[in-house]
Design a protein around this ligand. Structure first.
Ligand SMILES: Cc1ncc(COP(=O)(O)O)c(C=O)c1O
Length: 386
């Protein structure tokens, strides 16, 4: 256990460095932290202004209006009626990952995590007293070996965490892959905690399949999602979890002990967003497809090697040609010499990886063009070592 905590703290060192980079005297473009820099939809911005005129000061323990709107929204996607009582909202999706681990695992229980992973999964698992079992997703398409996955299930984990689409690698799991996971979850009686915060940011021809909507999976799935990415409001910290009554009741209780609930005015102000029609999501998808094309074409023109994400808004750059031993050092040089902030890839992998860095393209076109202009001088400002 001690060893695991040390490992987390060491990972946090690279995280902290990335925030430190924000304080560099140069004008560094923040392409590491996944904040958007464009306007939120007008209906949501109007709603928050209205709420400010009629502030509410109560603890936000339950918001039936929010849960009803979220349930209505999910009904369309899952294809069946979702009872508002099966929904719980919170300040961001992150507390739910913690709730889910705490509600369903006891110290020493095992949790399967695909690597690369969103950094919080291993931290939340370990802080909950559980033990991660990592299963590699192998580049370039970040597929998993079903045999290796079954080996992990043979160790009798309590849960598997599924990030779909994935941060950082942009993988969108195919229906066939999800069916393999579902088959193993059923065979070994394992819960699946999904993190589907990028469910609306998918690039054609890829398609998102809701894990809970697969046959027999609703009963064992805790579906977590966030409004941060869908409505470009990362700072609002709004997310929610949906699960059948016997699962959600326990998670709700754990959540109440941890954070009670999200800020009441914010979760009320987002309701117009939850009521948007399909045209909003189509436009969001089109906008992100445009941003991805713009940024990745720019990287291609600069002959910078990168992956091709199928969903989410991250791209991993291969920095092998620069000959660095430390991806963290590379990111520091990139921030201080080129003025672009990136995250070292090693933050996301269980395996020793030092040749990847992660940028994101959830930015205005001007910001993306500025980043590309700066990257033009990359090889001149950071010459290859040796
Ligand atoms: C995969 C993933 N899950 C969760 C989050 C955080 O979501 P929220 O803002 O709802 O806490 C992020 C944010 O970057 C993310 O990439």
């Amino acid at each position: 256990m001690r060893h695991n905590f040390d490992e987390i703290i060491n990972r946090r060192v690279s995280e902290c460095k990335k925030y430190e980079a924000a304080c560099y005297p140069e004008d560094v473009l923040p392409m590491w932290i996944a904040d958007t820099d464009f306007a939120v939809p007008a209906e949501i911005s109007e709603a928050i202004q209205q709420r400010a005129k009629h502030p509410c000061f109560g603890y936000p323990i339950e918001s039936f209006e929010f849960e009803e709107a979220a349930a209505r929204w999910e009904r369309v996607r899952f294809g069946w009626n979702v009872d508002p009582h099966w929904v719980k909202y919170a300040n961001g999706v992150l507390p739910f990952l913690m709730d889910a681990s705490r509600a369903y695992s006891y110290p020493g229980d095992k949790v399967v995590i695909f690597s690369p992973f969103y950094e919080n999964y291993s931290a939340d698992t370990i802080l909950s007293g559980a033990v991660p079992i990592y299963v590699p997703l192998t580049p370039p398409s970040f597929t998993f070996d079903p045999e290796v996955l079954e080996d992990a299930f043979r160790q009798h984990p309590k849960a598997l965490v599924l990030c779909n689409p994935s941060n950082p690698c942009g993988k969108v799991f195919t229906r066939e892959e999800l069916e393999i996971i579902a088959g193993l979850a059923k065979k070994y009686d394992v819960y699946v905690i999904t993190d589907e915060v990028y469910e609306h940011i998918i690039y054609a021809p890829h398609q998102h399949t809701y894990f809970a909507a697969l046959p027999d999976m609703w009963e064992r799935t805790l579906s977590c999602s966030s409004l941060s990415k869908t409505y470009s409001i990362t700072g609002w910290r709004l997310g929610y979890i949906i699960a059948p009554p016997e699962i959600i009741d326990r998670a709700k209780k754990v959540h109440d002990f941890l954070t009670v609930g999200a800020a009441a005015p914010l979760q009320e102000a987002i309701i117009p967003g939850l009521n948007f029609g399909q045209d909003y999501y189509d436009a969001l998808q089109a906008e992100y497809t445009h941003k991805k094309d713009l940024f990745l074409k720019g990287l291609d023109d600069l002959k910078i090697v990168h992956n091709d994400p199928e969903g989410a808004y991250y791209v991993m750059l291969d920095i092998s040609e620069f000959g660095y031993e430390s991806d963290l050092q590379f990111c520091e040089d990139l921030a201080s010499k080129v003025g672009v902030g990136a995250v070292p890839g090693s933050s996301f992998f269980r395996e020793p990886v030092n040749h990847l860095i992660r940028l994101h393209f959830a930015k205005k076109d001007e910001t993306l063009t500025d980043a590309l202009n700066r990257l033009e001088s990359l090889r001149e400002k950071i010459p290859a070592k040796g």
